[in-house]
Design a protein around this ligand. Structure first.
Ligand SMILES: *Cc1c(COP(=O)(O)O)cnc(C)c1O
Length: 354
């Protein structure tokens, strides 16, 4: 089957209020000015000073020895799985994990690993569930080598794993001799919501990465961190996958700008998400999950309109939300100002009444 590139906005009215995803932010003028001023070099040769500055800063932020700049979060996961595991290994993760649901099967196609999908509410699982997944060792069992956890849990509703639970789970994994990897696409949302530093949040993890395109407002880029030894080995996978770049400092400058200006303000996104959820909850028949961070999942079916119908009707008015697993997802981010929340609630109330 051929999957042609989609052009989802083709022919639709312009989007006024973009709650589709925190990936749809546009770089601000100030961020672009920082990019224009970046000192650059050949990243693939280890010569880009702005990339070095970003990696040093990220290693410190995440409390790890070393870090590596990559074009996308997906590539961070692909590089990490390939560096941690050998083919035939088993990775233990939640059944809704991005590595399982949204990376084109790269864990199987490229790393040759299987994923043991654990269940639990809101994209999370507890220690008992993890203990239940430990296999007896022997020639019949796939070697279990990696625990992978997503902070925040995306399909879990942007839920924040409590740090005590993370420490308990990584402790169990390490007792088994497994490595631990955090998909921290929205790690800073979790840290702002829980009022913890990134280093505290990922202390139990051997490797962790952060996406600069999820609510931090950069046009591309993600940083993977771990021990010197791990990052050294990971460079072979970065090269193999075509993730070694050239004058990448132009993009690293946007990420440095985001670290300076776009982290504390994530609290505003969380407040907007809570306001949206509170407004939706007042509409009879609308099922709403209380957001921990910036993702609001809701289902209008009980109010007499399917998720798909409401999504289409909102889009016709220039308001974009996404549909995931029969529910709608509204995502707040730095291009969503608080008056837009009131406007969106007004539109939904009117459409549901009609
Ligand atoms: C978006 C996302 C990724 C992938 O990041 P890209 O930068 O889009 O490649 C991985 N994991 C989670 C949880 C995500 O939300």
């Amino acid at each position: 089957m051929v999957h042609a590139p989609e052009r989802p906005t083709h022919g639709a009215p312009p989007v006024r209020i973009n709650l589709y995803s925190d990936t749809q932010t546009r770089p601000s003028q100030a961020m672009k000015a920082a990019m224009m001023a970046a000192e650059v070099g050949d990243e693939q040769h280890g010569d880009d000073p702005t990339v070095h500055a970003l990696c040093d800063r990220m290693a410190a932020l995440l409390g790890k020895e070393a870090a590596m700049f990559l074009p996308s979060g997906t590539m961070c996961n692909v590089v990490a799985l390939n560096t941690h595991c050998r083919n035939g290994d088993e990775v233990v993760a939640h059944e809704s994990a991005h590595i399982l649901t949204s990376e084109g099967g790269s864990h199987a196609a490229i790393a040759g690993v299987q994923i043991n999908p654990l269940r639990g509410p809101r994209g999370m699982f507890d220690a008992e569930t993890l203990r239940g997944a430990i296999r007896a060792r022997g020639r019949y069992s796939p070697p279990q080598t990696l625990l992978e956890i997503e902070q925040t849990a995306n399909i879990g509703g942007g839920a924040v794993w409590p740090v005590n639970l993370l420490n308990e789970l990584t402790g169990i994994a390490h007792e088994q001799g497994w490595a631990t990897h955090m998909d921290g696409a929205r790690l800073m949302n979790a840290c702002v919501a829980a009022n913890l530093s990134a280093a505290e949040m990922c202390a139990g993890f051997d490797t962790v990465w952060l996406d600069f395109t999820k609510g931090l407002g950069a046009p591309l880029g993600a940083v993977l961190a771990g021990s010197e030894e791990f990052i050294g080995r990971a460079w072979r996978w970065k090269q193999r996958l075509g993730g070694s770049m050239r004058q990448a400092g132009i993009c690293a400058a946007a990420c440095l700008y985001a670290l300076d200006h776009n982290i504390d303000r994530l609290a505003d996104d969380h407040a907007n998400a809570r306001a949206l959820a509170a407004g939706l909850r007042q509409m009879e028949g609308v099922a709403v999950e209380e957001p921990d961070t910036n993702l609001v999942y809701f289902d209008p079916a009980g109010a007499g309109m399917t998720a798909a119908a409401l999504q289409g009707a909102l889009r016709a008015e220039g308001i974009a939300v996404s549909a995931l697993g029969g529910r709608l997802r509204a995502c707040t981010h730095l291009d969503v100002a608080s008056p837009m929340i009131g406007e969106t609630l007004e539109a939904i109330r009117r459409l549901l009444r009609a």
